[in-house]
Design a protein. Structure first.
Ligand code: ATP
Length: 381
């Protein structure tokens, strides 16, 4: 059983008395989990490469990145299912680097839920309590409380085979919470569900996590899931942290070209710094609000602008800081938005507009394109 923990009494809302005391003393938002210089090598492969990370108490963090970037390995290191090659892990004040998994006060939910098919729902949920030696009556009561928490009060005596995919998911979540862990770890727990149920469960799980105030980490490669659920997104690539921020910070102010490209859709344009407030892209001059520190005139960089920030109007434009003339190369109407591909000389830009704001233009028409300075992010190379 991958979950262990202390047996602090829970109040009806699921918050612990000790947490409430900490909240009153103002110390609730100190770091729950701290990683210092964590590296993990498997032979020649460096799966996690010098990760430093502090996660505040009570937040839900998402590890997000492409396949093979080290998300699961990092989670397994935190869980104690792998030992780091280098670095230390603290949970609160405790250095847990050398603690075995069952002594780390954490609950885990995996993609393969690993429920016991021969046990009832209540027995599954209370399994870790049985291992700990809790009395049968207490186990039953706790399982029922947890079933109410995950909004399935009437299924305690059913067998796992009699549950839907979403219900099994809730049982796995309840089971991981049975020992009231300090840290809740979820490794792609919703990926086996169909798209609609998955979206519903994302919101339900987020609301549950908020209600319990339990520090949680979710591994996902699905950016929509991360944007829905995370207080803080940790973007990883090739074993390294690329950026840590709120979903909106990551989306609006990507730290580098990898993040800008990986999160959502972006126009990523090679550019050269002209002066302190302008860059040049294929002969066009574009005004920007700010430049990264240390970038001087003549330096190469990447300009990032989201398609929803690119404005397109019918007609021609007087070229100038961020205003470009172009020709519509292609229009794609995908129902919820209209995508316009516009060629401005050698430069191709993508603009997304809500259907009601679609300019009256079609393929081959001349258009004026505007790139607002506030929406342009310059990324160092
Ligand atoms: P995915 O989204 O595909 O699950 P991930 O981001 O979770 O990927 P990891 O599973 O952490 O990535 O793997 C990171 C790298 O470490 C990969 O190159 C992987 O092949 C390698 N790796 C992971 N576990 C082992 C292992 N036990 N032995 C050898 N290499 C491993």
């Amino acid at each position: 059983m991958p979950c262990a923990g202390s047996a602090a009494a829970a109040d009806p809302a699921g918050a612990r008395a000790s947490d409430l005391i900490r909240a009153e003393s103002g110390a609730l938002h100190t770091e729950a989990l701290s990683l210092q210089g964590i590296t993990k090598r498997f032979g020649d492969v460096t799966a996690v490469d010098g990760v430093d990370l502090d996660l505040p108490r009570g937040e839900l963090a998402c590890f997000l990145g492409p396949s093979g970037c080290g998300k699961t390995t990092l989670l397994r290191l935190i869980a104690g299912l792998e030992a780091p090659t280098r670095g230390r892990i603290h949970l609160g004040r405790d250095d847990i680097t050398d603690l075995p998994a069952h002594r780390r006060k954490l609950g885990m939910v995996f993609q393969s839920l690993a429920l016991f098919p021969h046990l009832s729902v209540a027995e599954n949920i209370a399994y870790s309590l049985r291992v700990r030696g809790d009395a049968k009556r207490d186990r039953r009561q706790k399982a029922q409380e947890l079933l109410e928490l995950v909004q399935m009060p009437d299924v305690a005596d059913r067998h796992i085979a009699q549950l839907s995919g979403g219900q099994r998911q809730r049982v796995a979540i309840a089971r991981a919470l049975a020992l009231e862990p300090e840290l809740f770890l979820l490794d792609e727990p919703l990926s086996a569900l169909d798209a609609k149920l998955r979206e519903e469960m994302q919101i339900e799980l987020k609301l549950l996590q908020q209600r319990l105030g339990i520090t949680s980490i979710l591994v996902t490669h699905d950016q929509r899931e991360a944007m829905t659920m995370a207080d803080r997104v940790v973007v990883l690539n090739a074993g390294r942290v690329q950026q840590v921020g709120t979903p909106l910070e990551i989306y609006r102010r990507p730290a580098n070209a990898f993040v800008a490209d990986f999160i959502g859709t972006s126009n990523l344009l090679r550019c050269e710094v002209a002066d302190g407030t302008r860059v040049r892209v294929h002969g066009h001059t574009i005004a920007v609000d700010s430049l990264p520190d240390g970038l001087r005139a003549g330096a190469g960089a990447t300009l990032s602008i989201r398609p929803e920030d690119v404005r397109v109007q019918a007609g021609t434009a007087a070229e100038g800081d961020g205003r470009l003339g172009g020709t519509v190369a292609f229009v794609r109407d995908v129902g919820q938005s209209v995508e316009l591909y516009v060629d401005c000389g050698e430069l191709r830009l993508i603009s997304h507009v809500p259907p009601r704001d679609k300019p009256a233009v079609g393929q081959g028409d001349a258009v004026a394109v505007e790139l607002p300075a506030a929406a342009c992010t310059v990324l160092a190379q």
